[in-house]
Design a protein around this ligand. Structure first.
Ligand code: AMP
Length: 399
């Protein structure tokens, strides 16, 4: 199936084209027609499945199709999501897919001064993406009015529960019109989530995709247990052994990214870093060289990598394992896109062991361990490691 067959408006199709998307992911294929009909959805899907576009695209289309150019801008769609990172990503998606429309989106989240967010709201917003606490704060201060809301999205409902936001969510629901379209997404469906869903959805259609694997079926994943000081040598070895032409390597810090680039270049592996301290120009230049394959390695921090879109990336390295499991899914989701195959390897030191556990829980499977490499971890991890079978391949559907 193509996006064209989903009866999308020309400006949206053009925007998707610009993003390099040709075919909808399974969740998009299921959800888009339902949302376009104005129906409620109960969606069981995680980050990495293309879930954001599954709701963002039809929301944009619905708002655009019923837009009254005479009317003052009011908040017509609200997306509530548990974390600042997710909120920012969702806002970026709305901006990407809606780039040829006149709809305006804005994002608000806590932990930062509210002034610029309030100013943005005053300028007029059609689509608001928010974390629960800041949303309630600004509603209370009357900077936000949800009376005209038409579509409400509750994203990552199970994480809301885990993070203790469920009361805030219930308060938000009391503030929005009863007559509305509701889209409810959760990766898992514990009892509390099902009952919350039942209380806010009207005659919903159920859409479900198997965890992450629908987008990442073709990604081969591996973990290497290694001591921190050996990660750099292991990286060089892994790149060589796998005859990697281009790799995107993730580090946790900007400083770590710069340090690694120096080491790689010293070892004749042409590399550059992209992170928040680099100018937009420098980042774009590095990206261009990487795409043209005149750079072998692009080292990136998560924030810097968020906006970049490289199709058919063959190799992703988690040089540092992310402490937020969804970040892992996002990182590796950059390989194997649109049916292309890819490989994602992760270097895990003692401290990162706990992060791996969280990641495996989220993705619903154990990542195969590569045990015979030149820089095996010493100490506790090494003991655990031998208990794990060496598995060559990889990504299996967990359901
Ligand atoms: P999400 O599950 O919304 O976090 O999306 C996961 C990743 O898949 C994001 O980086 C999107 O840019 C990408 N993506 C979403 N839809 C498509 C599509 N139809 N084709 C290719 N990539 C997509």
């Amino acid at each position: 199936m193509t996006f064209k067959e989903l009866d999308l408006l020309e400006p949206i199709l053009n925007a998707l084209n610009t993003q390099g998307y040709t075919n909808p992911t399974p969740i998009q294929e299921q959800a888009i027609p339902i949302v376009l009909q104005g129906k409620d959805i109960m969606g069981c899907a995680q980050t990495g499945t293309g879930k954001t576009a599954a709701f963002a695209i039809p929301i944009l289309q619905r708002l655009q199709s019923t837009k009254n150019p005479e009317q003052k801008r009011v908040i017509r769609a609200l997306i509530v999501t548990p974390t600042r990172e997710l909120a920012i990503q969702i806002d970026e998606s709305f901006k990407d897919y809606g780039q040829n429309l006149k709809l305006q989106s804005a994002v608000i989240f806590g932990g930062v001064n509210q002034t610029s967010q309030v100013n943005r709201l005053k300028a007029g917003v059609d689509i608001l993406i928010a974390t629960p606490g800041r949303l309630l704060d600004l509603v209370q201060q009357r900077h936000i009015n949800l009376r005209n809301l038409e579509i409400f999205v509750l994203d990552e409902a199970d994480r809301m529960l885990d993070m203790g936001f469920i009361h805030d969510v219930k308060k938000i629901i009391k503030l929005i019109p009863e007559k509305r379209q509701t889209l409810f997404f959760s990766a898992t469906m514990p009892k509390e989530i099902t009952s919350l869903a039942n209380s806010i959805l009207t005659n919903p259609s159920h859409v479900e995709v198997t965890p992450v694997s629908s987008t990442a079926e073709t990604i081969q994943q591996e973990i290497y247990f290694v001591d921190t000081e050996n990660k750099k040598d292991l990286l060089i070895e892994v790149l060589n052994i796998n005859k990697v032409e281009t790799a995107l390597v993730f580090t946790r810090t900007k400083h770590g990214a710069d340090k690694l680039v120096k080491i790689l270049n010293r070892n004749q592996i042409k590399s550059e870093a992209i992170h928040g301290n680099k100018s937009q120009n420098a980042r774009q230049n590095a990206l261009k060289k990487f795409k043209e394959k005149s750079l072998q390695v692009l080292v990136a921090t998560d924030i810097a990598a968020r906006g970049i879109d490289i199709d058919q990336l063959e190799f992703v390295v988690n040089y540092d394992i992310p402490n937020i499991p969804e970040t892992y899914v996002h990182r590796i989701g950059r390989t194997g896109r649109a049916g292309a195959s890819g490989k994602a390897v992760s270097f895990c030191n003692t401290e990162e062991r706990a992060y791996v556990k969280d990641i495996q829980k989220l993705i619903g499977l154990n990542i195969p361990v590569v045990s015979d490499h030149a820089f095996p971890a010493t100490g506790k991890i090494a003991e655990k490691k031998v208990q794990q079978p060496r598995v060559k391949r990889v990504w299996q559907k967990s359901r």
